[in-house]
Design a protein around this ligand. Structure first.
Ligand code: EPZ
Length: 427
């Protein structure tokens, strides 16, 4: 299992290109199951979850090709899908495998997908995915750890999500596009990744209105066709690099990001005294310059669904809060157990007290390098950021978590002056 070794205390300066969004690319790849024709996807991030999704589609006997390794684009053709199953071995390494459930049952009338189970950040049920698919007319059973869904043809319906769910909305949307008649999804997720999925589906011939709002209307069609689509920039990677610039008192230019998707993050960093400016836009992509404040100020954060402050940025913000003057209250409302990074940051010298779902962070604290363990993808990013400002050496264990969702983060950080190296360890 690889580790990162970071020598902290370096100011970051230079340019970083933001990759495509993992959480937009995954549902886009699953959506390719909806047609026998070819779907071409570009701006794919070179991260491990994408490889897992490619393996899953290949397991189902889809044609999955890429001109480069690791891939930054894919040609996917689900002409002859024979194994309509997402096996436990793949689902256990990536929950997003569940995104194949909706497209498979909609197009083939059958799907068998392993239940994802809990993970480090919480129990994460998929009951709402199941309820909505049942409402669309699927018969669903859960046996031996697998969800089996059957339907002749799904029928349009109105479904109100009692709780906002991102992949739940995506799963049901990719089913409703082939259902008979109209489907209305109420209290749908408004995340940019949902809007991007709808944009791809519309290119494939789907009839969708309202994506990006909490009510999505779908007029089902008989079949979809091939399409080409570039996924949106990764707003969480961009947010992570904004914090990297801010926390090191640096000066970074982030290229190829989407400023409109970063509203809550930018507003919060500005509240802390961080200077973030637009440096122009071209072809729908923005350049953002971040300069660290001489003195960072504490700020309170509550994680919320989009357009609120993303739970996927909570750990990174906590690293920043350890360096800000005053007390920051960081409240996690999306997942019940997403504060595991706090105790690792405390081992580095951070002053954090956990009270229920709130971290009370008092800063600035002098962080000192220590061996720490990553518990999930974004927790790892938070620890990397803490390592960048800690004295001496921080060694982060289990960086496979970070490889799931960040494209060569150590190379990108090194290119702007960080001292970070990967120590490859077999096993
Ligand atoms: C997506 O997960 C993202 N994953 C997560 O990114 C992200 O943290 C999360 O949305 C919230 O923004 C992908 O897009 C692949 P949810 P998802 O369903 O869809 C509860 C990362 O680091 N819920 O919106 O699984 C659930 O337990 C990751 O890239 C139910 O109760 O999250 C949670 O409390 C991690 N029943 C809340 O809803 C359900 O059926 C929101 O979860 C579904 C969800």
């Amino acid at each position: 299992m690889d580790q990162f070794k970071i020598e902290g205390g370096r100011r970051l300066e230079g340019e970083v290109r933001i990759s495509g969004a993992k959480n937009a690319a995954l549902p886009a790849m699953a959506a390719a199951l909806l047609t026998a024709e070819t779907v071409r996807l570009g701006n794919i991030p070179r991260v491990r979850d994408i490889i897992t999704m490619a393996k899953l589609l290949a397991h189902m006997r889809c044609r999955v090709e890429s001109p480069d390794i690791p891939p930054s684009s894919f040609v996917i053709q689900a002409k002859t899908v024979s194994h309509i199953e997402a096996p436990y071995e793949l689902v256990k390494t990536m929950r997003a495998s569940v995104l194949t459930l909706g497209p498979l049952v909609a197009r083939f009338g059958y799907a068998r997908v392993s239940l994802p189970g809990g993970c480090a950040i919480g129990s994460r049920p998929i009951d709402l995915h199941i309820q909505a698919l049942e409402k669309l007319g699927a018969t669903i059973s859960v046996d031996h750890g697998y969800v089996e869904a059957r339907a002749k043809r799904l029928r349009g319906t109105t479904f109100h999500f009692p709780k906002i769910t991102v992949t739940g909305t995506e799963n049901v949307l990719t089913a409703a596009v082939l259902a008979e008649g109209e489907t209305i999804l109420e209290n749908a997720a408004r995340e940019p990744e949902v809007t991007d999925l709808a944009a791809l589906l519309i290119k494939m011939g789907a009839r969708i209105e309202g994506a990006g709002t909490s009510t999505i209307r779908v007029q089902g069609v008989e079949q979809l066709h091939g399409a080409e689509h570039d996924v949106i920039p990764d707003r969480i990677e961009a947010g992570t690099f904004l914090v990297a610039g801010a926390i090191t008192g640096g000066d970074l230019l982030l290229k190829d990001c989407c400023a409109a998707h970063l509203g809550a993050i930018i507003a919060k960093l500005r509240e802390c005294g961080v200077d973030i400016q637009s440096e122009g836009s071209a072809a729908g992509r923005d350049a953002l310059r971040v300069r660290g404040a001489r003195k960072l100020t504490a700020a309170n954060v509550t994680t919320e669904e989009y357009p609120g402050f993303a739970t996927d940025m909570q750990a990174q913000f906590m690293a920043l809060a350890t360096q800000a003057h005053g007390v920051s209250l960081i409240r996690e409302t999306i997942f019940e157990n997403r504060m595991l990074h706090a105790s690792e940051m405390m081992r580095m010298g951070a002053h954090i007290v956990i009270e229920g779902n709130t971290a009370v962070v008092t800063g600035p604290a002098r962080l000192s390098g220590a061996p720490v363990t990553a518990s999930d993808l974004r927790a790892s990013a938070g620890l990397v950021l803490a390592g960048l400002v800690a004295e001496n050496t921080t060694v982060i264990d289990r960086v496979y978590h970070i490889d799931r969702g960040y494209e060569r983060i150590e190379e990108k950080l090194r290119s702007v002056g960080a001292r970070i190296e990967r120590i490859s360890r077999p096993g």
